[in-house]
Design a protein around this ligand. Sequence first.
Ligand code: KMH
Ligand code: ZN
Length: 273
Amino acid sequence: MEKLIITAAICGAEVTKDHNPAVPYTVEEIGREAEAAYKAGASIIHLHVRNDDGTPTQDRERFRACIEEVKRRCPDAIIQPSTGGAVGMSNEERMQPLGLNPEMATLDCGTVNFGGDEIFVNSENTIIEFGQRMIELGIKPEVEVFDKGMIDSAIRLAKKGYIREPMHFNFVLGVNGGISATVRDLSYMAGSIPSNATFTVSGIGRAQFPMAATAIAMGGHVRVGFEDNVYIAKGIPAKSNGELVEKVVRIANELGRAIATPQEAREILGMRG
Ligand code: KMH
Ligand code: ZN
């Protein structure tokens, strides 16, 4: 089996220090959390950024400062800025980090309810616009899908030349409004992508580790981190993103799956660099 790529989603846009005091806001805190995850075995840092007061932002200069800090602490890590940002942001706002020439970025491939009145909006034209921009800039997209139909949309748009192939998918499982975090649905998602595609799995909340273990056994890759889950075990807040990554490494070791370095991750994903 291919080595395991671990992505750390260290921050997100929604989770706060009220959920877990270790959630990073400042440039220094983001650097600290990225480094802990990287040292534990993460090869990709999925990056959202915050203002010092914790409000989410897609400001290019804030991203520049955070990316510099992460690179200083994790020199060869793959940094994957979010283009999803937070619910309600405009496309132009969301696309700002693409101007910093990252080697990878997220490409959200559909609209999904996010609980309450929140809707994460990604119209077909939005997906096309983001996908084309990433092709022009040579950025590897991580195709984020919250439901099975989003895989079908991505395949259709890739065939039309709007999304670069081979595609690397992130199955986000267990969002209220998206597909559930079950072995049945993960299997359905994994069986629905093209044969040359790769996938990673993000289980939300308590599904994080069961979905990670299933993905490891299936030959997929894994995302963990505060964006998706703040607990190391039931009712016990994780001390850091590093602790979450360490747990995945332990599971992978038990199942006989070696961990990919950032360079190996680039090769598995067919990336530049
Ligand atoms: N914060 C969500 C609204 C992404 O990073 O591309 C969107 C999100 C997806 O987190
Ligand atoms: Zn994200």
